[in-house]
Design a binder for this molecule. Structure first.
Ligand code: UDX
Length: 437
């Protein structure tokens, strides 16, 4: 099929490359000309495992090209809307400027029979509104909502072989036409058995909001348990293993630590609360405020634990923060717990050095006042405390002996509970985990 992908950020760039991999002819469009140049040259503008190789492979086939002109969307049968919906400044609600602008410009390129497919995470009700606008201008085109569930770090895999497809469709013949087009787009994963659920627009939009809210709730639940473990001397990692063995609960997303961050979970639960408020259902989601509070509290707690770890005062203490990205295998520092803790420690008088295998450039732009060091051993040199805040494999692999040779005091805070406390303590370290004795 001929496909256009509007917006080439994490979602769109990966989606465009994956659609070409599935055999379609794809044009990826973005207003950011620099990003388009990078992508056209086969370079991913962000760190995503597997994406550079995939780009190179599909660009060679000639099936994928990138453009900064929306006019190049003309001729495509299916147009995917993949632009971002960040949090509005000073508010909880999503900023819909980019979706609206992209959609309105796209309208000039729509032809009869085209299917416009929304993938961005939007407030419930957006699809119905856009469908009305589409019907006014192009009565023979149809809008579908097809939320995306990809995780950064696994974006290629999650796009090529997702857990499920959700189609939000209008009723009647238009819905059938849109489903047929989407089935053709996804024929490869569908024939491999990927489930496909059909719903109305609101349900499809809510599926995404509900999924992210559930994941955030699961993380905050275990972090709340960590708070209780801390005052009782219990171990939250054993607790998570034990409750996770119950199939109904499951062990995934039960890792206590510095909490969730990134460009999705924090802003999506806030946008969901804001939208529920607008619709008069705010009571239904008040628990998400608590989920958010628990999450923010984790960051403050780590600052306090660090203060205790270095003897009661942060002033002038050399702290090395291992990890800047919001999670490993990503260079994304949006709402990163690691960076926000680093900045807070620095504000309170500590002398903070941050290291990360991929995220230093992005972190530097966001928090230029912090010190950065790419080399791990140099970063740890003369530290009064190490804080492992993003669980990259290279940090999990640090041994107490190798770290001891670099630091000035053997203090470590394991903000992701990924180190072996016994091994570090035996080697003479003052080890502190999260929610464990
Ligand atoms: C998330 C959703 O998983 C994805 O389906 C959606 O499409 C976009 O938002 P992503 O932001 O890439 O994806 O990250 P995810 O892997 O979900 O992790 C989110 C945050 O939670 C990270 O900061 C991570 O470190 C943290 N986390 C995750 C925990 O603190 N504990 C856990 O057990 C799991």
């Amino acid at each position: 099929m001929r496909i256009s992908v509007i917006g080439c950020g994490y979602l769109g760039a990966v989606h465009a490359a994956c659609m070409a991999k599935l055999g379609h002819e794809v044009v990826g469009i973005d207003v950011d000309e620099r990003k388009i140049e990078e992508l056209q040259a086969g370079r991913a503008p962000f760190f995503e495992p597997g994406l550079p190789e995939l780009l190179e492979e599909v660009l060679l086939t000639g099936r994928l090209k990138f453009s900064s002109s929306m006019a190049d969307a003309k001729g495509a049968q299916v147009h995917f809307l993949c632009v971002g919906t960040p949090q509005r400044k000073g508010e909880y609600a999503a900023d819909m400027r980019y979706v609206d602008a992209a959609f309105h410009t796209l309208l000039d390129s729509i032809e009869p029979g085209n299917v416009v497919v929304g993938k961005s995470t939007v407030p419930v009700g957006t699809a119905a509104r856009l469908a009305d606008e589409l019907a006014d201008r192009h009565p023979a085109a149809v809008l579908a909502w097809n939320p995306e569930f990809l995780r950064e770090g696994f974006a290629v895999k999650d796009t090529l072989t997702p857990d499920r497809f959700v189609y939000g469709l209008p009723s009647g013949q238009a819905g059938v036409a849109a489903a047929t087009a989407l089935d053709e787009v996804y024929s490869v994963p569908l024939s491999a058995g990927t489930p496909r659920l059909v719903a109305d627009y609101s349900t499809a939009e809510l599926v995404k909001a509900a999924a992210n809210s559930f994941l955030a709730t699961k993380i905050s639940f275990i972090n709340a348990m960590a708070e209780v473990c801390e005052v009782t001397g219990a171990d939250v990692t054993v607790l998570a293993d034990a409750i996770g063995m119950d199939d109904r609960i499951g062990r995934k997303f039960l890792n206590a630590g510095v909490g969730f961050g990134g460009g999705c979970l924090p802003k999506d639960i806030r946008a969901f609360m804001a939208r529920a408020g607008e619709l008069g259902a705010d009571q239904a989601l008040t628990f998400l405020r608590e989920v958010d509070d628990i999450n923010v509290r984790r960051r403050l707690r780590v600052v306090e634990l660090t203060r205790v770890l270095v003897g009661g005062s942060l002033l002038g203490k050399r702290i090395t923060v291992l990890g800047a990205a919001f999670k490993p295998n990503s260079d994304d520092v949006r709402d990163s717990p690691a960076l926000s803790i680093a900045a807070q420690l620095q504000l309170q008088g500590a002398d903070v050095t941050v290291t990360d295998p991929e995220a230093i450039a992005g972190a530097q732009r966001r928090f230029p006042e912090l010190m950065y060091e790419a080399d791990l051993t140099t970063a740890m040199t003369k530290a009064d405390a190490l804080l492992l805040l993003t669980e990259w494999d290279e940090y999990r692999a640090i041994t107490p002996e190798s770290a001891a040779a670099a630091v000035s005091s053997k203090n470590i805070l394991d903000g992701r509970n990924v180190l072996d406390p016994a091994a570090w303590r035996t080697a003479g370290w003052n080890y502190k985990g999260i929610g464990r004795p």
